[in-house]
Design a protein around this ligand. Structure first.
Ligand code: BES
Ligand code: MN
Ligand code: ZN
Length: 495
């Protein structure tokens, strides 16, 4: 996607489509008013027709408007003028891109009102870049006949006056790096589980290492056995596919400075194992590697931004299958940290692969560790598909992540852990069980299990079970929480 910034007469812009706002009072935005003037009232006439309410999300596509060089004018509702905010603009633009996704326009012009505060304009530009890249995203690799309708060529931001162009170019750079990171996450998630195997994730990591000069280490099963990663290995036992443990290192910060360690759950398919899942929608368990997908996507963003920060990514990856050699409910295994774990439910496998990765993280003497995992169905019940759940052993770190989510427009919320939940981790036969407390508070008790392995550093866990993908007609990976992670890292890198 090409991004550029232009000035001049908006009505004379050569573009497939110019996108302008209108309030629910039928009042036109500055840019819409400029086009209305050039078209001798055609815009206001279209609004007066009643075909667009002006409510946020309402849309009207106009073709060949007289007096305007752009091939199309897309009107987008801004809602109530008094309630207009940066977020309204982005929500409106999101509806606009849904229409653009289906029309033949390949390049778009987005006017910016330079009377708004510079920081606000920059935020809108970053968000618009992300939306544009998202709208251009297709997963066509495995279709014999591809759907080529694509707005993927170019986005021009049009300025009606003077603005801090340097800040806007920086915003484009951020938006582009986030959008491209999300696209990688989406591709890895949408790829079917017979292709997106642990080895496939390892090769995706190697590709990133090559492109961005990361250090890449892949630990094979033998090395994991030597390290005593038995909880991880217990999950992969039912599968013919060998597990992998992926390590990526970006040394962009000061030599010896403590790194941020990112850990992503990489279950490339979760059948539940012997505690097998019901078949309805089981295909969606190909997305059970989206913690890993998000961390690989975030590393792409890190690489594209050449972040001045030390970042380590750890991805434990395997498949959770039933089989003659699969782990049984009741099996007890010893984790790398030395705790014995009674596996009462083989479907609570995410925590089993993560706990060994969290122990492995210790050797990097991390500044902080952040993991992302499609860990619990209970998370979807708690926060739905809108907000990511955050759990942490450090309130400041949790607040930092929630704050990054606000800046990134990628919502997350801090949920409690605490001793009363932790006390539920009781096994008659081992140090801890892999499930505790029944269905109630399932996301919290899962976090408490992980918390047993993160005593030596500041740690936060993001349960992305509700936010990593969409079900139904628009089934597909969302690329979340790459934007949140990106802004978390940007701030830590001081950019
Ligand atoms: N990958 C699932 C969690 C999941 C389920 C995410 C549905 C998104 C949608 C995880 O491995 C799992 O199966 N968790 C169990 C835990 C239970 C056995 C304690 C769950 O949530 O049912
Ligand atoms: Mn499971
Ligand atoms: Zn799982």
């Amino acid at each position: 996607m090409e991004f550029s910034i232009k000035g001049g007469d908006l009505s004379k812009q050569k573009t497939d489509c110019v996108v302008v706002g209108v309030f629910d009072s039928k009042k036109l935005s500055t840019a819409a008013a400029a086009l209305d003037k050039a078209s001798k009232g055609a815009i206001l006439a279209a609004v007066s027709s009643g075909d667009i309410t002006g409510k946020c999300g309402s849309i009207l596509l106009l073709q060949a408007v007289p007096g305007i060089t752009a091939k199309r004018v897309l009107l987008m509702g801004y809602g109530n003028e008094k309630e207009y905010s940066n977020k309204t603009f982005v929500a409106s633009l999101s509806a606009a891109f849904k229409v653009l996704k289906k029309c033949a326009a390949t390049d778009v012009t987005i006017p910016l009102n330079t009377k708004h505060a510079s920081a606000d304009i920059a935020w809108k530009v970053e968000q618009a870049a992300i939306l544009a890249i998202d709208a251009a995203y297709r997963f066509n690799q495995l279709k014999s006949k591809a759907d080529n309708k694509n707005i993927g060529k170019a986005v021009t931001f049009h300025l009606d006056g003077k603005a801090n162009e340097k800040a806007l170019h920086a915003a484009i750079k951020r938006g582009n790096a986030i959008g491209e990171g999300m696209n990688l996450t989406k591709d890895l998630g949408n790829m079917p589980p017979n292709i997106a195997t642990p080895a496939y994730l390892a090769s995706a990591a190697k590709d990133l290492a090559k492109a961005f000069k990361f250090k890449c280490t892949i630990l094979e099963k033998k090395a994991m056995e030597k390290l005593g990663m038995n909880t991880l290995l217990s999950v992969s036992k039912g599968s013919y596919l060998p597990p992998k443990f992926i390590v990526l290192e970006h040394n962009g910060g000061k030599k010896g400075a403590a790194p941020v360690v990112l850990v992503g759950k990489g279950i490339t398919f979760d059948t539940g194992g012997i505690s097998i899942k019901p078949s309805a929608e089981m295909d969606e368990m190909k997305y059970d590697m989206q913690g890993a997908g998000a961390m690989l996507g975030a590393m792409k963003t890190v690489g594209m931004m050449k972040l001045p920060l030390n970042v380590v990514m750890l991805v434990p990856t395997c498949e959770n299958m039933p089989g003659g050699n699969a782990t049984r409910p009741g099996d007890i295994v010893k984790s790398m940290a030395g705790h014995t774990v009674e596996i009462l439910n083989t479907d609570a496998e995410g925590r089993l692969i993560l706990c060994d990765a969290l122990t492995y993280a210790e050797r990097f003497k991390p500044a902080v560790v952040v993991d992302a995992a499609t860990l619990t169905g209970a998370m979807v019940i708690a926060l739905g598909h809108i907000t990511t759940g955050i759990f942490a052993n450090d309130d400041k770190l949790a607040a930092e992540l929630v704050g990054a989510g606000v800046v990134a427009n990628d919502a997350a919320w801090h949920l409690p852990m605490g001793e009363e939940y932790d006390a539920l981790l009781k096994s008659n036969f081992a140090d801890i069980p892999n499930i505790s407390g029944g269905r109630a508070g399932g996301s919290i008790t899962a976090a408490c299990f992980l918390g047993r392995f993160t005593k030596s550093y500041k740690w936060a866990h993001m349960d992305i079970a509700g936010t990593a993908w969409k079900s139904g007609a628009d089934k597909g990976a969302t690329g979340r929480p790459v934007p949140l992670l990106a802004h978390f890292l940007f701030k830590r890198a001081g950019i």
